[in-house]
Design a protein around this ligand. Structure first.
Ligand code: TRP
Length: 362
């Protein structure tokens, strides 16, 4: 069986370093590993509309921002197919059939949908149907491309579970057709969900606690300077705490021991630095200096690539258009198989036509 990766993001804002450690960095590694037969990365603009209907223009504007972030982070259009969800009408078709395989109560039990309903302040009857059913359309996104591997954050686990259920149900009813995908979670615990610079649970645009991939070096340094650390660590000599200390969470997510050894004078590994911090005698400023240096090393090449692509925006749209063409061809192939499995390919089904004609001639 072919090994196929598929993943995507809602284009509702520029991507930040939480996206980078949570998914983007991994995607680039997977792309360059040569272990996969195909890689699809897409912008879920239609899914973004399910909870941004008051601001469709935001989604439209961010399609190019996210494309630039993808390319800047190192996704290579000659290796990965980059496309836009709304340009693949077959996804609606497959979702339509999937809707018969999922109950309302099953959707209501999806933990991600539950939390999001609360977060959005939707209540009861006011939940848009498209929003409520987006796990179904997401299952179509995944299965349409026969994805075997879906690299996403832990918050997407319920979506993958629901997708696998749909695949099993479909294959049970219509015969082995679709592929059950596996989730691929980030391996570093600090990457599961990078907190905001204020120490709050999650980076989010509305909280203003993000470091964006497109931030300038100055902006990044400014944000690190005001970052949340350990409120009990008042004097340098006080013992510091690592738990909930955002600077160390970020160092866990970004810094290699090689970098720690090269960019500090006193430590060979991050662990040595942590030990000093917990013992007392290491100030926050020094830790932040290291974090700044580490972040700049990661972000500088990304900024440079972004600047290059920004010079020719029509070419970026052209990359997406070509990606959509490739994705659409794959989608058409899967839909042919789905229609055949469902036996709704009436006009290609010689046996059906002959059988029906015998039935009526006798
Ligand atoms: N729900 C995902 C998110 O919010 C985006 C997404 C849509 C996705 N369809 C997908 C991710 C299919 C992986 C596979 O980030």
């Amino acid at each position: 069986m072919k090994k196929i990766i598929l993943t995507g993001d809602r284009p509702t804002g520029k991507l930040h370093i939480g996206h980078y450690v949570g998914s983007l960095r991994r995607r680039v590694e997977l792309q360059n590993s040569g272990l996969y037969d195909k890689i699809f990365v897409f912008e879920a603009d239609a899914q973004a509309l399910t909870d941004n209907i008051e601001n469709p223009e935001k989604v439209r504007q961010n399609v190019i921002e996210v494309a630039l972030d993808y390319l800047a982070a190192g996704l290579d259009p000659t290796k990965s197919t980059l496309f836009i969800q709304s340009q693949i009408p077959e996804l609606c078709e497959l979702s339509f059939y999937f809707m018969d395989l999922v109950s309302v109560s099953r959707l209501q039990r999806n933990p991600t949908v539950k939390t999001e309903i609360q977060m959005r302040g939707f209540s009861g009857e006011s939940i848009p149907v498209g929003f409520f059913t987006y796990p179904i359309s997401q299952a179509a996104d995944i299965t349409m491309f026969k994805a075997t591997t879906v690299p996403v954050g832990e918050d997407q686990e319920p979506m993958l579970e629901q997708c696998r259920e749909i695949v099993r149900r479909f294959n049970n009813i219509y015969g082995e057709t679709l592929v059950e995908p596996n989730i691929l979670l980030p391996e570093n615990a600090a990457c599961l969900r990078l907190p905001g610079t204020d120490g709050k649970a999650k980076m989010s645009k509305s909280l203003g606690n993000c470091i964006y991939l497109s931030d300038s070096a100055d902006e990044v340094n400014k944000k690190v300077k005001t970052m949340y650390t350990d409120p009990l660590h008042l004097q340098v000599s006080d013992p510091g705490h690592l738990e909930g200390n955002t600077v160390f969470t970020y160092l866990d997510a970004f810094a290699t021991d090689e970098q720690v050894a090269r960019l500090t004078t006193d430590y060979a590994t991050l662990q040595e630095m942590k030990d000093h911090y917990t013992r007392g005698g290491l100030g926050d400023v020094k830790c932040k200096k290291l974090l700044m240096a580490v972040l700049q090393e990661t972000l500088e090449p990304i900024r440079q690539r972004r600047a290059e692509y920004e010079k020719d925006i029509p070419a970026v749209y052209e990359i997406l258009r070509k990606g959509c063409e490739v994705a659409r061809a794959a989608a058409c192939e899967t839909m042919d198989q789905v229609r055949r499995a469902m036996k709704i390919n009436y006009f290609d089904d010689r046996a059906l036509i002959e059988e029906q004609s015998r039935r009526f001639q006798k």
